[in-house]
Design a protein around this ligand. Structure first.
Ligand SMILES: Cc1cc2nc3c(=O)[nH]c(=O)nc-3n(C[C@H](O)[C@H](O)[C@H](O)COP(=O)(O)OP(=O)(O)OC[C@H]3O[C@@H](n4cnc5c(N)ncnc54)[C@H](O)[C@@H]3O)c2cc1C
Length: 402
């Protein structure tokens, strides 16, 4: 079968791949988008969209979809796991809008994928499902990438194929993921019912305990609630986002929980787990692309979830790469320069997010004296300690250089 002649091949129709194809189309660059799954995978739980992510989604044309499908939490609130007592609170809502010019939103991953897919369809971008390119490692430095045994001739290839990326093999300096020793267990509760005196919370709440924390927030306009447990333990090493766990297996975690959190656990219909994988902070831009291959999203830098920036960094990569390829009019004869420029402009910010995510994860799970010191500091100065102006104020859609 003859290959389509678009100048860019995008591998993977997750958040990074769909956003890349959209950002390219907005700049007049066509792409061929391929995805290994036979159709959209709308599974998952909630995602947090900080102002730097929301800005890009709106620039991609998703303002209406966000209004319909997301939720705007009131605050980010840190609470004690056992007592439910508040430790620190960062107002979001109007404060985010005033300080950062955008909202802080939450959304179900499936709803975001569906919104991106609808926009991709509107823009006339075709997705080839059940399509998995192969990468021949032996042919470095210009690796041979083929689809159905036919070499891909596109001048630019974008690896947006997630944490277990195979395109990563085409970028020798790319950092592969390693197991962090932690796992995430997630549940989505539809129409949560809150029993008397256990007030329903419209915050993003982090309940902390030594060695474990739970993150929860409403999604789907408040119709559902997303709950994720992060613990220093791994029961599954599967390369899978949907490894099921029974309520009985998860019950010991919630034994000492109280109030609203206890209510939520009792209503969780089932749990899925996945091992948390992450790469080391990028030491340079070399791992983000080489030659005609660029990596975006989890393929480029699998992130710990503790700063809730996985989707945001994928969106920023997509936007920046498209800008780079479109810079001074896209020239098919020199895509290497555009990819090197993209990598150079992205790596410092991504590296900072990687470092800060690892730090936040450690802070959430402190025990003993260290936990008391953390709680004291958070009660004293919650806003300076919880806000991230360097991250939320700037985004690829608002700033050309940083
Ligand atoms: C099914 C699923 C459920 C998830 N659930 C959650 C969740 O609940 N909470 C959360 O925080 N994060 C979740 N994530 C991860 C989250 O989407 C990413 O961390 C983040 O959004 C970055 O997106 P990405 O596009 O880089 O990667 P991904 O979202 O992982 O997308 C990568 C895409 O590439 C495709 N792909 C992989 N290899 C190939 C190949 N060789 N050829 C063609 N296509 C390929 C995959 O099928 C996938 O569609 C989930 C990811 C998946 C795939």
């Amino acid at each position: 079968m003859a290959q389509r002649a678009e100048p860019v091949l995008v591998v993977g129709a997750g958040i990074a791949g769909l956003a890349t194809a959209l950002a390219l189309a907005q700049r007049g660059i066509g792409s061929r988008l391929v995805e290994q799954s036979p159709g959209p995978r709308l599974t998952g739980a909630g995602l947090q969209l900080a102002p730097n992510a929301v800005r890009i989604l709106k620039a991609l044309g998703l303002a209406k979809a966000l209004k319909e499908r997301s939720f705007a939490p009131t605050a980010l609130c840190i609470r004690d796991f056992q007592t439910h007592r508040e430790i620190g609170r960062l107002p979001l809502g109007a404060r985010c809008q005033t300080r950062y010019g955008e909202h802080y939103l939450t959304i179900h991953r499936g709803d975001l994928i569906q919104a991106l897919l609808s926009r991709v369809q509107e823009m006339g971008i075709h997705i080839e499902w059940s399509c998995k390119p192969s990468v021949s490692k032996s042919s470095r430095p210009d690796p041979l990438i083929s689809i159905a045994d036919e070499p891909v001739r596109a001048p630019v290839i974008v690896g947006a194929d997630g944490v277990w990326s195979s395109l990563r093999a085409a970028v020798p300096a790319a950092q592969g993921p390693v197991e962090t020793g932690q796992e995430a267990l997630r549940a989505v509760i539809d129409k949560p019912v809150v029993t008397q005196d256990k007030t329903f919370s419209s915050d993003v709440t982090v309940w902390t305990r030594p060695g474990l924390h739970v993150v929860g927030y409403p999604i789907r306009g408040g119709e559902s609630y997303s709950l994720v447990v992060i613990r220093d333990q791994q029961t599954s090493a599967k390369k899978d986002w949907d490894h099921s766990l029974s309520t009985e297996e998860v019950a010991p975690i919630f034994e000492k929980s109280r109030g609203f959190l206890r209510d939520l656990f009792e209503q969780a219909p089932g749990w899925q787990s996945w091992p948390l994988m992450a790469s080391s902070p990028l030491p340079s831009g070399r791992g983000l692309g080489q030659g005609r291959v660029a990596l975006v999203g989890d393929a480029a830098h699998p992130l710990r979830p503790h700063l809730a920036q996985g989707a945001a960094m994928a969106l920023e990569d997509a936007w920046r790469l498209a800008d780079s390829l479109a810079w001074r009019d896209y020239r098919l004869d020199n895509p290497e320069e555009a990819i090197a420029r993209y990598a150079d402009q992205r790596w410092r910010r991504v590296s900072r997010v990687q470092r800060q995510s690892a730090r936040s994860g450690r802070i959430f799970q402190l025990g003993g004296m260290m936990a008391s010191a953390r709680n004291f500091a958070l009660r004293l100065a919650p806003i300076p300690l919880m806000d991230q102006p360097w991250l939320y104020r700037v985004s690829e859609a608002s700033s050309r250089e940083h």
